[in-house]
Design a protein around this ligand. Structure first.
Ligand SMILES: O=C(O)CC1=CCC(=O)O1
Length: 96
């Protein structure tokens, strides 16, 4: 199952620079672990916003939730998930 996931991050205004630096370092470690596992295929910054668009290939919706909710910034995100599949007119056979 392949999903496009858009994550919009909303950091509380009360956070210090140190707290933000700490949580973003943990976020990097966590997402790079999942990227190394092969399940998180793409991670792209949305230009001009604290948002990303990602592509994940997982075995189930439960596994997708497990990965996304393991991110330290998960409580501070609005997340949109779109399930995708191959288009019959696509000239490339691989999704990723
Ligand atoms: O910076 C972001 O867009 C939030 C984020 C999600 C995964 C990651 O590495 O950073």
């Amino acid at each position: 199952m392949v999903y496009v996931v858009e994550m919009d991050v909303h950091i509380p205004e009360t956070w210090s620079e140190e707290k933000l630096a700490d949580i973003t370092a943990k976020e990097k470690e966590c997402s790079q672990k999942w990227q190394s596992s092969g399940k998180w295929k793409h991670l792209w910054r949305v230009a001009g916003r604290f948002s990303n668009i990602s592509v994940l290939e997982v075995d189930s919706p439960e596994e997708l939730h497990q990965i996304i909710s393991s991110l330290p910034l998960f409580p501070y995100m609005n997340i949109k998930v779109t399930s995708i599949c191959k288009h019959p007119n696509a000239i490339r056979q691989t999704l990723l």
